[in-house]
Design a protein around this ligand. Sequence first.
Ligand SMILES: [Zn+2]
Length: 453
Amino acid sequence: MVRMNFVFQIFFAALLISGTALAQTPTTPVTKKIRTIIVDAGHGGKDFGAHGGYEGGLDSKEKNITLQIALKLVAELKKQLPDVKIIPTRTTDIYQSPPEKADIANENHGDLFICIHADAVALQTGRRQTGSHQETRYHVKKTGKGRRRKTTSTPYTVTVPTYEYYKIGSQRTGTSIWLFAAHKTKDKLDALLKNEELEIESGVDSVYNNIDFDTPEGRIRAKIYADRYQKKSIKLATMVDQEVDKTDRPALGLYQRQKGIWVLQATNMPAILIETGFITNHDDERYLNSEKGQQELAECIGRAVKKYKDDIDHTAAIAAVAEKQKASATDYNSEKNEKYTDRTKTILKRIDLKQANFKVDLYDDGDIDGDIVSVYFNGKAVLSNKTLTDKPLTLNLTADPDKTENELLIYAENEGTIKPNTALMVVTEGGNRTEVRITSDAKKNGVVLFIKK
Ligand SMILES: [Zn+2]
């Protein structure tokens, strides 16, 4: 997902404005600008979170550290992004359940959810000798046999060392960023569907609102949204990691977890959780409790969010231009020159057909970022200059009876704002459905072959 360079961005915008025919009815939603950011100070009140109970530690509590960093981050974001609403989940030491935190994010229609936490590891116990003391032990002697058997104990005194036990601070230091692993299990989707506190009700403005999950199309759209959050979450997490990497402390990278990050799976927006540092480490705990450390972390996260916002807003602006243009564009159907012959073909899949007629639905896979395609079936244009969105471009096709191999070729007219041009193709034939991910770019055409036996 490399951004286009600036010159090409200008060129692409100009191309859209020049009135190049872009057909297809406008659909929603396209990428939205960032208007609201939710900052969550992890834990709070009776929920202390982790604590640094090791020898030589400050005995600090995670809930206080997260609050201090979150407050500084809120101030930093307000300064950096004056036109964005910054909403903290809490500003004092109060308890909030994870569903309450997620509700705050969802009810405020957040475009981004940032959770601040501090890490801890299980501590090992050490011991040291502090002196010695006397202990009474017994020599036990057995005499005689049968009924006459007797046991006698003779006491004696020994000197033994006295030990003191203590917890050893952990070695690990650094900042890591956690994401919810939605793409692996579709848990985010399942969570959104199952959770009653987070119902997909009309009051909550969510992209999931208008989706009918009982239809295959609805489920595909939902998958696309879940995937889109995931991509954006990874984008932001990577930017935070890069900013931390510029400091003196270790940037530990990105991690994914399927279970146990309730707030991340229950929010209808891109979400990341930052484990700012290890409360169980001597240096990290001091850093996390210091004004300087808290401010440095807030500034790192703030800079990353600013970058992320600029990037997303730019994508949104281009998508909006495309949307506007589409409304006034005339349909454009005949593509005389077979321009696709200039590029190489990549065969992405072979699908065996049981019958001659089949349906092909094309969606944008991931970000709705203005990917435009033309589609050729057995060398004939069947779609020209169509924008991929979350609603399908549908083709009802019939296999050529004289051919065993029927070729469907996707030609990328552009690469959207996020390279390459990616489409999700869903083929329905009889009762069978097949999904194919299509990638095409300025050098390669994506090809799917339909084999009629
Ligand atoms: Zn925590």
